[in-house]
Design a protein around this ligand. Structure first.
Ligand code: HEC
Length: 99
């Protein structure tokens, strides 16, 4: 009986560890977020490519707020909803550092 109870609690402990490990995977770097959401149109190295213009020469063209707005609401041929909220802000800050 005692042995059984021990096995049960170690199993719970392992499940607990596994659940914590999973939540870590959602912490994307801005670069990863860009690669997942934007690179297919703007290129891995921001040089443009499949239909999107290059993003490595924006200079002071856009503020962070304007970049977030473009990601959330689209612009011209760029569809809306490419990134939203905190993720969009993270990408906008990162993009501005790439100039
Ligand atoms: C489906 C393809 C596609 C995806 C995905 C995409 N874009 Fe775009 N993006 C475009 C196109 C096309 C334009 C040109 C829009 C226009 O001016 O007509 C554009 C324009 C832009 C511009 C303005 C560039 C300028 O010089 O005015 C920015 C900034 C931008 N995209 C950022 C992003 C970011 C950041 C992401 C990811 C969160 C992203 N885009 C995802 C296609 C895409």
């Amino acid at each position: 009986m005692k042995k059984l109870a021990l096995t049960g609690s170690s199993l719970l402990f392992i499940l607990f560890l596994a659940a914590c490990g999973n939540s870590d995977n959602t912490a994307e770097t801005p670069q990863e977020a860009f690669e997942n959401n934007c690179a297919m149109c703007h290129g891995q190295d921001l040089s443009g490519g499949n239909g999107g213009p290059p993003l490595d020469n924006l200079g002071s063209k856009y503020t962070k707020e304007e970049l977030v707005d473009i990601m959330e609401n689209g612009k011209g041929g760029m569809p809306a909803g490419q990134a939203e909220g905190e993720e969009a802000e993270k990408i906008a800050e990162w993009l501005q550092e790439q100039q």
